[in-house]
Design a protein around this ligand. Structure first.
Ligand code: SF4
Length: 359
């Protein structure tokens, strides 16, 4: 007998649920019921949903599965940040981080197993890309967070493993499901996609009017430095990136854009860099997050001095630019920005370390 794989329940978005109700000949109102109970209220057992037509319940029981990824490990740092290592159905592991802020929790979601973008300062990049995550695998990370915390986190950022815009179709569907007012009902202001700068995909976000905020990892003020630390810049140079960011801002008046700037000592933290950054930021009229680099073994980069970081922040602030120093949380459990790693990239990091010892 051939085995038909079950569909993941957490991958069914509103249009698919409506279609299912039509096919089964039950009232479309039950699409809202599933949306409300399963996604909004995180009801993990569909048998407990009242007034649910038997036909629909039976179909879902026969054709879908609602298993959440197993939590392989759960580490908590002294600042309250929790790193969850989650095992997907095919045995691949990804990390999801619950970052403790003042009175709110932000979940950092992975969008891929590994990453193909190859930023030189990023530990995830050392493993390369294994595969994209599906919509349901991203929704499942949020459902696991609900089960862990007893409620949904306040903010969702796609800043975990992977380049979200390299997995556009699934990420766009994920964002639509997160912000569906009858479903999980996250405010679009509380969902942020972070990109290394895939220009055509940002343009597609504009066309699709994707309901979320955008963060762009700028990290340099010249093409030569940016190409050195972010190879994607060779394909989409600074001018094209800044241009599409302008288009994004102009097209979406109430939506936000953030600029991320990972500060690497001796690479992008000079006074010249600062002086070039000022007009760029004035033009964008956006907030910039300054992220002092977290060195990892074999990375070859150093963290800038506190004095340099503060000089960047204070000078930008004096120029009327909102600049905030973001200290990565959860550093001792490797949950900090650019430090997410699975066993695969732990091995890659070890290889890098060996190479750096040999050379
Ligand atoms: S910083 Fe982000 S885009 Fe760059 S390699 Fe790492 S995970 Fe990929």
């Amino acid at each position: 007998m051939s085995h038909i794989p079950l569909q993941p329940l957490y991958g069914l978005d509103k249009p698919q649920l409506l279609q299912l109700c039509q096919q089964l000949g039950v009232s479309e109102v039950h699409a809202n019921t599933i949306n409300g109970k399963v996604f909004r209220h995180a009801e993990f057992d569909i048998e407990h949903i009242p007034y649910f037509p038997q036909k629909l319940l039976h179909w879902l029981q026969q054709h879908t599965q609602a298993d959440l990824p197993a939590i392989v490990s759960q580490q908590q740092s002294t600042d309250g940040t929790q790193k969850l290592l989650l095992r997907m159905q095919d045995g691949r592991d990804v990390e999801s981080v619950l970052i403790q802020g003042t009175g709110r929790i932000t979940q950092c979601i992975s969008s891929q197993v590994g990453c193909a973008i190859g930023c030189k300062f990023c530990l995830t990049a050392t493993a390369g890309l294994t595969r994209n995550l599906t919509t349901s695998e991203m929704i499942s990370q949020v459902m696991v967070a609900h089960r862990t915390l007893g409620q949904y986190p306040r903010n969702i950022v796609l800043m975990g493993m992977g380049e979200p815009l390299h997995n556009y179709a699934h990420v766009a569907q994920f964002v639509q499901m997160l912000t569906d007012p009858q479903g999980m009902a996250f405010s679009p202001r509380r969902v942020t996609i972070s990109t290394a700068g895939l220009v055509p995909a940002i343009a597609r976000m504009i066309d699709d009017d994707l309901p979320c905020s955008l963060a762009v990892s700028l990290n340099a003020t010249t093409d030569s430095v940016r190409s050195q630390i972010m190879p994607i810049n060779q394909k989409y140079p600074l001018a094209s990136l800044l241009n599409v960011m302008q288009q994004y801002i102009q097209s979406r008046k109430r939506k936000r854009i953030f600029v991320e700037y990972v500060m690497l000592a001796g690479i992008n933290d000079s006074l010249d860099d600062l002086n070039r950054l000022i007009p760029i930021m004035k033009n964008l009229n956006s907030t910039i997050n300054l992220l002092p680099f977290n060195p990892f073994p074999g990375s070859g980069y150093q963290r800038p001095s506190e004095e340099t970081v503060n000089l960047f922040r204070d000078t930008l602030n004096a120029e009327g630019i909102v600049a905030v120093v973001r200290e990565s949380k959860g550093q001792e459990i490797s949950a900090a920005c650019g430090l997410l790693k699975t066993e695969v990239n732990q091995r890659a990091a070890a290889k890098m370390q060996q190479r750096s010892v040999v050379s």
